[in-house]
Ligand binder design. Structure first.
Ligand code: FES
Ligand code: FE2
Length: 395
């Protein structure tokens, strides 16, 4: 977003809290690119077809090499720059749709069909090739830009910041993945908004009584005390409200009326984890990993992990309820997609989108913005200081 140059007298604060455009631009996003981002579900990347994705405004093609490992290349053929993701995968290699140049998993050109069986220029001599800026063999053509990938917990990750050994933290682990008492499933949702606004939405309690009224919580004129702890790139909000209840599926998870422990946790720059726990045997965790496509477009990979307190075989109960839990979470996510669209419409009605204001209930959002702004500016030095504060708000 541009800085407003014609600030109205009403706009007291004119510094954007969020620079949506810079945040989603690979050349301007600073240290935001130095993290692993989810590219797709493992199940979405087959060995038969390439997959097109966009990260920080940069188009990438994904496919599986001959060993089944995920590969991510810049989605642009070295020859005449056609989009490689419109091509085909065969034997772990990717063929361009235009003249059929073939790339391997390292991004190297391994075959040029027009060179025939010899795979070597036949008539021009070396000098003739050089004078016209042409190459003799496929291996002289170089490589298309490649991005590091990693696969874990049912997800394929990509690293857009160069050498992934420089990653600022390991790829995020899906909560309770592989634990037999827990059921885990994924939802993939395209959201019409940028990463900062989405993490704020996923960590935000006050909106639930408006956007999800009746589905999730009801307006109760209740005071909610919470502790907001900012440390080491994370913002942890612990709600001190043992009587808090979620409506809807909440009753199913807590037939015994146990106190609920609710925490919301943000991990810079793009991950949230919301946990509702009732005693030792019942819980519901929502983990959202957000991948920036552009300034107001993101892909959100939501892992829903849940465990129910019933004595029947847990896996059985979990499986039987899966359609219901999935239906419920789909409805709630749709409501958030809708309100994120409404926020985007307001943001784009400038000047100076992302000029926010707030009250005590927004402390966690200010902390999230502080971390993301620091990373956007390069993430050098110690970063935002550790702090722990108590707040209260009403829902
Ligand atoms: S543009 Fe890709 S092979 Fe020609
Ligand atoms: Fe919501």
């Amino acid at each position: 977003m541009r800085n407003p140059t014609d600030a109205s007298p009403l706009a007291l604060v004119t510094t954007p809290a969020v620079d949506l455009e810079a945040e989603a631009d690979l050349s301007r996003c600073g240290a935001l690119k130095d993290y692993w981002y989810v590219a797709c579900l493992s199940s979405e990347l087959t060995s038969r077809e390439p997959l097109a994705r966009t990260f920080f405004g940069t188009r990438v093609v994904l496919f599986r090499d001959e060993r089944g490992q995920p590969v991510a290349l810049l989605d642009r053929c070295l020859h005449r720059n056609a989009r490689l993701s419109a091509g085909a995968v065969f034997g772990g290699r990717l063929g361009c749709p235009y003249h059929g140049w073939v790339y391997d998993g390292s991004g190297a050109v391994v075959e040029v069909p027009s060179l025939g069986p010899s795979q070597c220029g036949e008539s021009l001599d070396a000098q003739g090739h050089a004078r016209a800026g042409l190459q003799v063999r496929p291996c002289d053509l170089g490589r298309v830009r490649r991005f590091d990938t990693l696969e874990q917990d049912g997800l394929v990750f990509v690293f857009m910041g160069g050498d992934s050994r420089r990653a600022r933290r390991p790829a995020f682990r899906v909560p309770f993945w592989g634990q037999p008492e827990w059921n885990v499933y994924f939802m993939v949702t395209r959201f019409p908004n940028g990463v900062t606004n989405l993490v704020e939405n996923f960590m935000d309690v006050p909106h639930t009584v408006f956007v999800h009224e009746g589905w999730f919580r009801r307006k109760a004129r209740k005071r909610v005390p919470a502790t907001v702890k900012r440390s080491e790139g994370s913002v942890l909000v612990t709600y001190k409200q043992e009587q808090d209840t979620v409506t809807g599926l909440g009753r199913l998870f807590n037939p015994g009326g146990l106190p609920m422990v609710h925490t919301d946790h943000f991990f810079a720059p793009n991950v949230t984890r919301v946990d509702y726990m009732w005693g030792e045997r019942s819980g519901f965790a929502i983990n959202s990993q957000i991948t920036p496509i552009g300034p107001t477009d993101s892909l959100v990979y939501t892992a829903i992990s849940y465990r129910l307190p019933y004595d029947l075989p847990r896996a059985l109960v979990g499986q039987a309820l899966k359609p219901l839990v999935r239906w419920y979470t789909t409805q709630v996510i749709r409501q958030d997609v809708e309100v994120m669209k409404v926020q985007r419409e307001g943001l784009l009605n400038g000047p100076g989108g992302g000029v926010f204001s707030g009250t005590e209930a927004d402390l966690l959002h200010a902390d999230i913005e502080a971390y993301r702004r620091w990373l956007l500016e390069g993430g050098e030095g110690a970063g935002p200081t550790d702090e722990e504060r108590n707040i209260a708000f009403w829902i």
